[in-house]
Structures are given as structure tokens and as C-alpha cells.
Write a protein that binds this ligand. Sequence first.
Ligand code: T5A
Length: 214
Amino acid sequence: MRLSSGLLITFEGGEGAGKTTLIEEVARQLQSEGYPLIKTREPGGTKMGEEIRHLLLQHSDTKVSPYAELCLFLASRAQHVAQVIGPALEEKKIVLCDRFNDSTIAYQGAARGLGIDRVTDFCAFASQGVEPNLTLYLDIDPAIGLSRAQRTRAQDRIESETISFHTKIRETFHSLHRAYPHRLYLVDAEQPIAKVFSDAMELIHRLISRECHV
Ligand code: T5A
């Protein structure tokens, strides 16, 4: 199946919302339909990005400055866009990306208090103007998401933040949805996995037929 342009689809959500699970299912489905795609994630997606991910998520004796944290997320993104996302879009692929600019706006801009407008500008700079065509925000009560995440592994540095930190992130995603209703959609992540998947695929198929019909 050929596309007339590349598509960047980002998956956002609080901790344990089900992004990784959903991306796997979506990738399998789109591949079975013959679409060229890549799956990737942030922080990460490149060798440098994965090293930055380790730095960011490990527990540390050092109290990490929110400014240093922001710069590391942005450095990972800049490399990821230059090395992986940009070239894949040039090749007219679908890019399925686990987290992108909206996470930085919600986590660092809002929850860390660095300022939504300022962080939005930094994100546009780091991502070199690349914007998602569609963002699926998996909406979940933070307490439910955190308990799901803890079922499979130990909490990382950011997950270990307070519940009010995670609630602020959810509220910010809701306001991003109101600000960008034609790009960022809320998907109820408390539904069974099959329903989350079918809701997501409906939005993705709608995007493909609107943007990339060949
Ligand atoms: N971050 C990231 C920032 O602060 N700023 C930034 O700019 C960026 C890019 C990244 C961390 O960095 C922060 C945010 C994060 O704290 P991460 O690994 O991407 O870390 O984020 P997490 O949300 O922590 O990833 P998780 O792997 O914990 O969550 P997922 O991927 O959303 O959830 P998933 O798919 O692994 O599912 C968790 C469990 O729930 C089950 C799954 O089987 C699994 O066991 N599950 C369901 N159970 C019931 N019903 C459903 N519908 C389910 N869907 C999945």
C-alpha cells in the first residue's frame, strides 16, 4: 500500500495507560494491511536517545534539575527527529511514536512548572517543526495506570512522583485536547484492550483516508 505522504502518529498517556500494548497491536494491523511503518519511542529511538533515556529514568542520588531534565528530553527528540523520524516521513512511512512533544509540555511544562508556552516553543525548536498528524491520548485515572505499570516492573524516577504530579499531567492533556481537537483525540484507556484498539484504529483509518489517499 503506497501513501502520498508520511504520517506521524503519536501515542500519549499517563504511566501504564497502555501505549506500548496499543502500538504493538496497531503496528501488526497496519502491517497486515500493507502499510510501510516504523515503531519508535521517546525518550529513545536512537542510540544516543536510549542512553539519555537511561539517564532520565534511573533513580539517582542527584536531585535532577527540571531544566536539565527538559534539556535531556529535547536532546533525545532533536536526534530522533534528525536521524529516524524525519527520514521515515521522507520515505512516506507511517511513524508510530510512543510519546512526543505533548509529553514534554505536560510533564516538564505543566507538572514541573517550567511553563506551557515556553516549553511548547522549545519543543517546536527541538523537533525542527515536525508535528504529529494524529495524537492518541490514552486517558486513564493515574492511580489505575500506576498500578498497571507496577504489575510488570519497578517504578522509574518519574513514575515515583506524587499522585498530584500525575493528576496535573492528566489535566494538561485534557486542556491540550481542547486546544487541538482536530489533532489530539482522547481514547478511554480504562476500556478492555480490544475496545481501546478498535477506537484507535477507527481514528487512524480516518486519518489515512483523509491525508494519504493514492
Ligand atoms: N517523559 C517522557 C517526560 O517526562 N517528558 C517527555 O518529554 C517524555 C517523552 C517515559 C517517562 O518519561 C516521561 C514520561 C514517562 O514517565 P515510558 O516508558 O514511555 O517512560 O512511559 P510509561 O507510561 O511509564 O510506559 P509504560 O510502559 O509504563 O506504560 P504504557 O506503555 O502506557 O503501558 P503498557 O502498554 O506497558 O501497559 C501497562 C500494563 O497494563 C496492561 C498491559 O498488559 C501491561 O501489563 N494493559 C491493560 N490492562 C487492562 N486494560 C487495558 N486496556 C490495558 N492496556 C494495557
